[in-house]
Design a binder for this molecule. Sequence first.
Ligand SMILES: *Cc1c(COP(=O)(O)O)cnc(C)c1O
Length: 515
Amino acid sequence: MEAIKSSSITGLRNSPLEMTPEEFRSLGHRLVDRVAEFLASLPRRPVSPAESPLQIRALLGDSPLPERGTPAETLLDETAKLLMGHSLFNGHPRFWGFITSPPAPVGILGEMLASAINPNVGGWILSPVASEIEAQTIRWIAEMIGYPRDAGGILVTGGNMANMVAFLAARKARVTWDARTRGMAGEGSRRLRVYASAETHTWLHKAVDLFGPGLDSINWISAGSDQRIDTAELRKKISDDRLLGDLPFMVIGTAGTTSTGAVDPLPEIAAIAHENDLWFHVDGAYGGFAAMAPNAPADLRGMGLADSVAVDPHKWLYAPLDAGCALVRDRNALRDAFTQHRPSYYQLLQDAEQAVNYFEYGPENSRSFRALKIWLAIRQVGREGYAKMIGDDICLAETLFELVSAHPELQAFRQGLSIATFRYVPRDLTPGDAKTEEYLNDLNKAVLAALQKSGEAFMTNAVIGGAFVLRACIVNFRTALSDVQALPEMIARLGAEQDSKLRPAALQGSRAAAN
Ligand SMILES: *Cc1c(COP(=O)(O)O)cnc(C)c1O
C-alpha cells in the first residue's frame, strides 16, 4: 500500500463520505418519500415478520468487512427495503406489546434535523441552543407530571437509566460516610436498605448490583392482589431494619407497574418516607405521563411529593427511541452525584452562571440531542394533545377489558392505566384445579405465540397469581376502536385452534361432552 503523503491532499479533500448538495437533496427526498409511503402502509402490513434469527441473519449474509464502498443511493434503497420488510412495527395500530409506542412523525423528522446539526449536549459551549432546548424540555416534562419546574433533570436513554440516575442521587445524598472516596465499605459504613414492591421493574436489580449495595440491600415488600405495595408491611420492615442497625435510605413507588399498570399509593408512601427520613423515588417510566389524562388515577398526584422521578418520553410521549428523563427535586443533589473535579481538558467550559454542562448531571459524557424530538412533539400538540391521546389509550384499554369480560371464552384479569390482561379459557373447562391451570398456562402460551406469528396483532404476557395471561398495553396513538373490537374474536379463534391441538387426554372428557 502506498504511504499517504500530505502533499497528495490538494485543494478540496474529496473525502469518500462527502456528498454534494444535489446528491444529498435527491437521496433525502427519495428516502422521505419512501418513509411516508411506509407509514401510510402500516395498517396493511403484518405487525411482525415472524422470521427466525437465522432467517434474518441470512438476509445480511456473512461477508467480511467491505474493502470498498457502495454508492449511497443503492445502499439506502436496499436498506429501506430490508428494514421495512423484516421488522416488528411498533408504529402499527395493532401493536400492543411490552410498553413501546409508535414514533411521533414530527420526532422522526426531528431526529434527522438533530443529526444534521449534531450538537454534543455534554457541554454548553458545544451545544448552546440544544442545551437550552433540553433544559426547557425538562421543565415542561416536570410540569406535565406536577413536579417543580426548577427541579434538576437530565435526558438519558430510557427508564432504566433514568431510575439509575435517581438511585445514584439518592445514594450520594443519604449515605452517611464518604462513599465517594472510601467506596461502599468505607469507615462507618452500614448496610444500606432500599424498599420496593415485588412488582418493581428489574432496573432495581441492576442498580444495586452495579452501584454497590448488592441484591441483599433490597427489602422486598409484598404487593397485594391489586399489585400495589403493602404499606403496613413497608412501615414494619423499615423499623425492623433500624433496630438491626441498618441504614434505610430509599423507598421506591411505581406509577404504573409494567405487568398490570397498577399505581402504588404514592401519597401514602411519601408520608412514610417523610416520617422515616428516606429518599422517596417514583418510577413513572410507564405511567408518569398519565398524570395529564383526565381519567388518571388520583394517586399519581403523589409524584409531586417525590425526591426524584423517572419518566420515559419514548413510552407515553411517543418519542422515537431512545429517551428517558430523570428528575431530582434538589438540583444540587443531582449535580453532586456526578460532579467531582473538572479535568484540565474541560477547563474552558463556560462557567457563566446560567450555563448547564450536562456531563456534570449524569453518567454520560458526549451526549446526543435527545431533547429535540420530544420538544417538537410537545410543541406540536401541547398538553391538550397529550391529555387526549393518553386519555384515549386508557379508554381503549377499558373498552377492551369490558369486551373480554363479556366474552364467553375469555377470562378478564386486570385493567390498570392502558393495560388489560385476560386469557383464553375453553367453554368446557372450569379454571381452578391444578391440572386445569397448568393446561391453561400452556394453552395461553401457545395462543400468544400463534398471535405473534400471525402478524394480525402483537401482545405480550403477564403472570398474575401463577396464571399466564395475555397482556395488551395500548401506548399507541394509532389504535382505533375497531382495532380493539377485533381482538376478542381473534383470540377466541386462535384459542380454539390451539386447544384442538394441545388438549391432553386427562382433560379430554369434558371437551367431548361439550361438543
Ligand atoms: C419500561 C419500564 C422501565 C424501563 O424503561 P426502559 O425505557 O425500557 O429502560 C422501568 N420501569 C418501568 C415501570 C417501566 O415500565
